[in-house]
Write a protein of this length. Structure first.
Length: 421
RNA sequence: GCGGCUAUGGUGAAGUUGGUCAACACACUGGAUUGUGGCUCCAGCACUCGUGGGUUCGAGUCCCACUAGUCGCCCCA
């Protein structure tokens, strides 16, 4: 065992791929219901696309896979939104697409973190972006899409947590209030919070280390600093969620890891006790200035991302039925020096749309029947030297074990006809 | 970046206070039926216990280091 996958990466083996296909199918169906269209952007971008000024998040500052090729610096994408917005601006889709422009993506993301349950260095995210219409109903609809996917996979124990960060004015006022409030308490806070105090004081509030501190409990609340417009917007988001029949909980501690969010932010978490340290299923929020950041017009957007690995695990834990692997239609047994004939017949069967397993190994009839059983084939064709001589072939129906001898040339046609009965 | 736990064949694993052939099950291959299957029976299948050192007359079993996995902290989907 000399080679293995790098830390934090993993292989999806054939026995496991069915789960992925199933979940991907649910996602594609649901996004189609909501009229989102797929977009595929590169797995790496110019580093500047991800490394934005004044970004205080660990993801951007500590966890990116960045490499130099010649003079250029590239980065493996740690998240999906930046690439989508970059593409939206680059191709001036605001000029050709109807608003809101609705995108979804599924693909690998890369973050250099210490792996653990539900967290890999290369992982897969499904995400959506809804750009160009700023409306509380759009926010609620976006959450509804994610919620519907989670529910379609039979995942129970789900909690929608939502909050608002308000607009620029509200945030600035709150930020100032926080800095003023925490200034005398700085020596009580952890090292990370000192950094947060400078870069993004809002994040002090969801610090897990200092969460039980007395000064945390009495900290000013964002809700007290929202201006009328922001408060009204959030109220309407909640009303829209009520109208959509989505249960939620307002959680003022949610401020999100990415710095580009404004107004609505949300996290949908699993309340299962066995979901480990990574309980977030999907999370996202609204961004007012991201589209213009990459050179586009001043449009607002909203999006979320779901970790596919977590989604699949949760669906599995809740007993979602991923179905059985498809059986073979036909198994072609070869006896003696007949491999070429086995190949020819198998190709004929496949051309007729029959999934066909062919044996090219010189081995006993018995062992070939065993593997025919394992393949689940409905028909077993026995092709030996005798058959080649006589130009006939034996076809055995697995169901009733009856066997008929037919001309070799007609075998594919006959099985195909039986299948259509 | 920090901490806990783990590391035996293709797989799941047993391996007592260090001391006979590294158990058992599944899978796999062959045979009992020299061309007709899912049952049964028989046979085969780890010169070796993550890697490297050390202690000992003797180590899969004890010690150290390294590597990897896993869970948690941080962070996040």
């Amino acid at each position: 065992m000399n080679y293995q996958t790098p830390r934090g990466t993993y292989d999806i083996l054939p026995d496991e791929i069915r789960r992925w296909h199933t979940v991907e199918d649910v996602i594609r169906r649901m996004t189609q219901y909501y009229r989102y269209r797929e977009i595929r952007t590169p797995y790496f971008e110019d580093t500047a696309v991800f490394k934005r000024e004044n970004d205080s998040s660990d993801m951007v500052n500590k966890e990116m896979y960045t490499f130099q090729m010649g003079k250029e610096s590239y980065t493996l994408r740690p998240e999906g939104t930046a690439g989508v917005i970059r593409a939206f601006d680059q191709h001036k889709l605001y000029g050709t697409m109807e608003m809101p422009a609705k995108f979804y993506y599924i693909g690998a993301m890369f973050r250099h973190e210490r792996p653990q349950k539900g967290r890999q260095r290369q992982f897969t995210q499904f995400g959506v972006e809804n750009i160009g219409v700023k409306s509380p109903e759009v926010d609620a609809e976006t959450i509804a899409l994610g919620y519907d996917i989670v529910k379609a996979l039979g995942i129970s124990s789900v909690k929608v947590c939502i909050n608002t960060l308000g607009d620029d004015e509200s945030r600035a006022a709150y930020r100032a209030a926080l800095k003023e409030y925490f200034a005398p308490h700085l020596d009580e806070l952890c090292a990370d919070c000192h950094r947060r105090y400078e870069q993004n004081p809002l994040r002090i509030l969801d610090c897990k280390v200092d969460k039980d501190l007395e000064c945390m409990k009495n900290a000013p609340k964002l809700s007290d600093y929202l201006n009328a417009e922001s408060r009204d917007y959030f109220d309407r988001v909640l009303k829209a969620l009520d109208a959509a029949g989505i249960p939620y909980e307002v959680d003022e501690s949610i401020v999100r890891g990415l710095d580009y969010y404004t107004h609505t932010v949300f996290e949908v978490i699993s309340t299962r006790p066995d979901s480990g340290a990574q309980s977030t299923i999907f999370a996202g929020g609204r961004y007012d200035h991201f589209v213009s950041y990459y050179g586009g017009p001043d449009l607002s957007g909203i999006g979320f991302a779901i970790g596919m690995e977590r989604l699949i695990t949760l669906a599995e834990d809740d007993g979602y039925d991923f179905g059985e692997e498809e059986n073979a239609d036909v198994y072609v047994i070869g006896l003696g020096d007949v491999a070429a004939e086995v190949l020819a017949l198998s190709r004929e069967l496949r051309r007729k749309g029959l999934s066909t397993e062919a044996n090219y190994i010189a081995r006993s009839l018995k062992s070939q029947f065993k593997s025919a059983d394992r393949s689940g084939a409905k028909y077993v064709v026995i092709l030996g030297e005798n058959e080649v001589q006589s130009g006939t072939v034996n076809i055995k129906r697995t169901a009733d074990r009856t066997q008929v001898s037919v001309p070799l040339k007609e075998a594919a046609e006959i099985i195909s006809a039986w299948e259509k009965e």
